[in-house]
Design a protein around this ligand. Structure first.
Ligand code: FNR
Length: 362
C-alpha cells in the first residue's frame, strides 16, 4: 500500500502527495461570482503549504445555483480569465489546481453563515431556486424563497451549464474537475428519495434518480480532456435509516456506474439532505463509507471528515481505506498542514518549504 507522501498518478496528472484541500466556501465574492484577492491568497497559501491538490470551493455553474450571492462562479469567460492567475500560482507551488463544479438547487438563495444562513427573501435580493420536487422539503427557518420544480428544459439547461463550466475550467487552467453531487444540493436532491418525488424519468427507481448525475457526468467527461482526472463528491449516505433515503449500498452501485463513465475518484462525504439526519461524527466518521465504496466498486476514493493529524491521514492511505485524504477545517487552522505533516512524518517533501521561509524550518 502507498503512504501519504507517495505520489498519485491519475491519467496524465501527477499529484505529488495524497493530501487535498477539501472544497470550502469562502463567501468572499464582491460581485457576480468573480474571485477576489481573498481567493488568490487563501488557495495560494494552501498550495504553498504543501497540499497535493488544492480544490476550490463549490463554484456555481449558473447564477441561480449559488448558495449565497458571495459564492464563486464559473458561468462566463470573465470568470475563467479571473481564475487563471490562481491556477497558475497554485501550480507554481507544486500543487495540482482543482475546481468543484456545483449547483445548490433548493439550498440556493441564502445569506452567508456569518449572517445567519437564512433563506433570502426576494425583497433582500433572493432568487427562485430549483429542485426536483418542491413539495418534498422540510420547512425552512425564515422566509422560504420561491422554489421551482425543475422542468425538462431546466434539466437540459443545468446539464449544459455543467458542460460549459467544465470547458471554462479548462481555459482557467484547472487540472482536476470535481462534480459536487453531495450535501443536499441539486444533484444529491435528485439522487435521494427524501427529496426526489418525481414520477418522470428522473424520479422513482435508482436508474431514474441517478440519471441527472450520469447525464451531467457524461457531458462533463465529453469536454474534460482524456488526460485530466474527473472526481465526483457524493454523500455516501443520508444518515436517515427510518425512511427511504440514499444509502451506502446505492453509493457503491453509483460509484461503479460513474467509473464506467470515466470518473476517476469518488470523494466520499455524507449527509446534509435533511435536518433529521443522525451522523455519528468524530474523527474518521466518514472513512468507513469511503472504504466500503473502495472495496465494493472498481474506483479510487477520497476520504474526508475529521482528519486532523498527519499520522491519522497516513494510516488511512497505508491501510487502503482511501487513495487520498481531503482535509477541510484543519487547513483553515493551519495553511501549512501539508508541510507540517511532511515534517512530522519525516518525509523528504518537507523540502517543499518555499525558499523564502526556509530559515524558519526547524
Ligand atoms: C465546507 N464543506 C464544503 N464541502 C463541499 O463539498 N463544498 C463546499 O464548498 C464546502 N464548503 C465548506 C465551507 C466550510 C467553511 C467548511 C468548514 C466546510 C465541507 C468540507 O469540504 C469537508 O467535507 C468538511 O468540512 C469535513 O472535513 P473536515 O473539515 O472535518 O476536514
Amino acid at each position: 500500500m502507498p503512504a501519504l507522501f507517495d505520489g498519485l498518478s491519475m491519467r496524465d496528472c501527477e499529484i505529488p502527495n495524497r493530501i487535498a484541500v477539501s472544497p470550502m466556501c469562502q463567501y468572499s465574492c464582491d460581485r457576480d461570482g468573480l474571485p477576489t484577492e481573498w481567493h488568490r491568497v487563501h488557495l495560494g497559501s494552501r498550495a504553498v503549504g504543501g497540499a497535493g491538490i488544492v480544490l476550490t470551493e463549490a463554484t456555481a455553474v449558473e447564477p441561480r445555483g449559488r448558495i449565497t450571492g458571495a459564492d464563486l462562479g464559473i458561468w462566463s469567460d470573465e470568470h475563467a480569465a479571473a481564475l487563471e492567475p490562481i491556477t497558475d500560482f497554485v501550480r507554481e507551488q507544486g500543487a495540482v489546481p482543482g475546481i468543484q463544479l456545483a449547483h445548490a438547487g433548493h439550498k440556493a438563495s441564502k445569506c452567508p453563515p456569518s449572517e445567519g444562513n437564512l433563506p433570502l427573501s426576494p425583497a433582500d435580493g433572493g432568487w427562485e431556486t430549483l429542485s426536483p420536487s418542491p413539495d418534498a422539503y422540510p420547512p425552512f427557518r425564515g422566509d422560504r424563497p420561491a422554489m421551482k420544480r425543475a422542468s425538462t428544459d431546466d434539466i437540459v439547461d443545468v446539464i449544459g451549464a455543467f458542460r460549459t463550466a467544465a470547458e471554462r475550467s479548462l481555459e482557467a487552467g484547472f487540472d482536476i474537475a470535481e462534480i459536487h453531487a453531495a450535501h443536499g444540493y441539486l444533484l444529491h436532491e435528485f439522487l435521494s428519495p427524501v427529496t426526489n418525488r418525481r414520477e418522470d424519468e428522473y424520479g422513482g427507481s435508482f436508474e431514474n434518480r441517478t440519471r441527472l448525475l450520469r447525464e451531467v457526468t457524461e457531458e462533463v467527461r465529453a469536454v474534460w480532456p482524456a488526460d485530466k482526472p474527473l472526481f465526483v463528491r457524493i454523500s455516501g449516505t443520508d444518515w436517515l435509516e427510518d425512511r427511504p433515503s440514499w444509502d451506502l449500498e446505492q453509493s457503491v452501485r453509483l460509484a461503479d456506474d460513474l467509473a464506467g463513465l470515466g470518473v476517476d475518484l469518488i470523494d466520499v462525504s455524507s449527509g446534509s439532505v435533511h435536518p433529521d439526519q443522525e451522523p455519528p461524527g468524530g474523527p474518521n466518521f466518514q472513512v468507513p463509507l469511503a472504504e466500503a465504496i473502495r472495496d465494493g466498486a472498481d474506483i479510487a476514493v477520497g476520504a474526508v471528515g475529521g482528519i486532523t493529524e498527519p499520522e491519522q491521514a497516513d494510516a488511512i492511505v497505508r491501510n487502503g481505506r482511501g487513495d487520498l485524504v481531503l482535509v477541510g477545517r484543519e487547513f483553515l487552522q493551519d495553511p501549512y498542514f501539508g508541510l507540517h505533516a511532511a515534517d512530522r512524518l519525516e518525509d523528504e517533501s518537507a523540502d517543499r518549504w518555499p525558499v523564502q521561509y526556509r530559515r524558519a524550518v526547524r
